[in-house]
Design a protein around this ligand. Structure first.
Ligand SMILES: [Zn+2]
Length: 85
């Protein structure tokens, strides 16, 4: 169960629409991860697409790299195990 992210909703619309998770993939190491939109510090009127350049892969960040994230889809629950460090 998922929703296409084109056209891009705002964070608020996604969360209220029942899709509070954003699945992303690192453009460099291809590591997938899930972003909890409800926990984002960005204003709720921020477009989900605008988050791509602001989300950073933790693995690459540790390596001193800052690749952008590829947005995959909005989901109603996390699809990947959390990789909190
Ligand atoms: Zn990465």
């Amino acid at each position: 169960m998922h929703e296409p992210i084109d056209p891009s909703p705002t964070i608020d619309q996604a969360v209220n629409g029942g899709f509070p998770w954003l699945e992303i993939r690192c453009a460099r190491c291809k590591t997938p991860s899930d972003v909890d939109l409800a926990a984002m510090k960005h204003p709720p009127t921020t477009f989900v697409h605008d988050l791509a350049s602001r989300l950073r892969c933790r693995k690459c960040a540790k390596a001193g790299r800052r690749p952008s994230a590829t947005l995959l889809q909005l989901t109603w629950q996390p699809r990947h195990p959390r990789t909190e460090s």
